[in-house]
Design a protein around this ligand. Structure first.
Ligand SMILES: CC(=O)SCCNC(=O)CCNC(=O)[C@H](O)C(C)(C)COP(=O)(O)OP(=O)(O)OC[C@H]1O[C@@H](n2cnc3c(N)ncnc32)[C@H](O)[C@@H]1OP(=O)(O)O
Ligand SMILES: O=CC(=O)O
Ligand SMILES: [Mg+2]
Length: 364
């Protein structure tokens, strides 16, 4: 599938004369934490240059969480920081204002000419369908051509409306610029009229309760029964992961607003990691370490994965390892881990040291 309105032969053609050629594959650049900052907040902005190299992505946020009176200052602040900073291995992203807002046109027409060469990805909020991506796609091509950019800026959409979720596959396939999707649990909850007022995370009311014990066939409804909190976001994350995998782009969890609850934050991030997400948002510096830890496979997982790779030889057939069956399919699962570890080791010297220290006994 190549989007709703372009034929396969046109899909990878630039949308404006002189615009850079679209990428045919989205590079797998580590992006465990997408760290949000408000460029109009001088105290926060002053910390950004020193954060380069400590986080995979720095994102200058222009949308929600930036006061209306500060929209211009945020845009100008981002231009200033981007021009003055060498980002080295760290990616620079921005979140523009929503497409129906009075600010978004100036966001794009200011940022692309001024700092387009440094911007890796533009995050577009409240995306409803492929038409939103088509609009940004064409405008970016025109602006890139005018600015003489030699590589396309990628697009990342936030999944935060019911219509967006219903259209998730067509959003992912709407443009070769599509880099990935993030879950936006706050706006999505509001749009769906869910009854949680939390920014991401679980809710104590969303649970299952164990059956009552039975005495002589009669249920004891007075007895204590354990309850288990469920993940409100499981369905949406799973849909997002499938849509992204189908289109060769990357899924991310989004914000976890309870900054103080680092334990539940880690749990939410880990659920997303296990389901297939490659990263998450960080709203506060303390969430960066959590994201980096969760979205990097553990040394134990990599040891196991490498043992399976070694035991599987040419990659076909079935073997027993530690009493468990391994075959072609479980080898592929292990290769997902091994490849991720290689990508992360290439940019994270501490992780590289840990992964390099693993020795696999081929006889084991
Ligand atoms: C639903 C959505 O759309 S989510 C995405 C939009 N939301 C955001 O982007 C929120 C970004 N984060 C923030 O605005 C802030 O972190 C808040 C409001 C959550 C908390 O801010 P504070 O109360 O100032 O946090 P706290 O006092 O713990 O800050 C400690 C230090 O870290 C700095 N800091 C806080 N957040 C950040 C950040 N995101 N980036 C860099 N530095 C930060 C503070 O400036 C402070 O510096 P100081 O020690 O020199 O005074
Ligand atoms: O933008 C994020 C959200 O949760 O809303
Ligand atoms: Mg939102």
């Amino acid at each position: 599938m190549t989007g709703s309105s372009r034929s396969a032969k046109d899909f990878f053609r630039p949308l404006a004369v002189g615009a850079p050629s679209p990428l045919t594959e989205i590079p797998a650049r580590p992006s465990r934490a997408i760290h949000f900052f408000d460029p109009s907040n001088e105290k926060m902005a002053a910390k950004i240059p020193a954060m380069v190299g400590t986080v995979d992505v720095l994102l200058g946020n222009l949308e929600d969480a930036v006061k209306a009176d500060n929209k211009l200052a945020a845009r100008e602040g981002l231009v200033k920081i981007a021009k003055a900073t060498d980002f080295g291995p760290t990616q620079l992203w921005t979140r523009i204002n929503s497409l129906d807002s009075p600010w978004v046109l100036d966001d794009l027409t200011t940022l692309v000419p001024a700092i387009g060469g440094k911007l890796d990805v533009i995050m577009v909020p409240k995306v409803q369908g492929a038409e939103d991506i088509h609009y940004v796609d064409r405008l970016l091509a025109q602006l890139e051509a005018k600015a003489g950019l030699d590589r396309p800026i990628l697009i990342h959409a936030i999944l935060e409306t019911a219509r967006g979720v219903a259209n998730v596959e067509e959003i992912c396939g709407a443009s070769p610029r599509m880099q990935g999707l993030s879950l936006g649990p706050a706006d999505l909850a509001a749009d769906r009229r869910m009854k949680t007022t939390r920014v991401g995370g679980g809710h104590p009311g969303y649970l299952v309760r164990e059956d009552p014990p039975r005495v002589d066939g009669t249920a004891n409804l007075e007895a204590h029964r354990a309850t288990y909190q469920q993940d409100l976001w499981h369905y949406t994350i799973a849909r997002m992961v499938d849509a992204c995998a189908m289109h060769g782009i990357y899924p991310y969890y989004g914000p976890f607003g309870d900054i103080a609850d680092v334990v539940a934050c880690e749990d939410q991030f880990r659920n997303a990691f296990l389901l297939g997400c490659v990263g998450t948002w960080s709203l506060h510096p303390k969430q960066i370490a959590i994201a980096n830890r969760v979205f990097s496979p553990s040394v134990e997982d990599i040891l196991h994965a490498r043992r399976v790779v070694a035991a599987m030889g040419d990659g076909t057939g079935a073997v027993m390892l530690d009493g468990k069956m391994e075959d072609d399919a479980s080898l592929k699962q292990c290769l997902v881990m091994v490849r991720l570890a290689e990508e992360l080791a290439a940019i994270d010297p501490e992780l590289k040291k840990q992964y390099d220290a693993i020795t696999v006994d081929e006889e084991a």
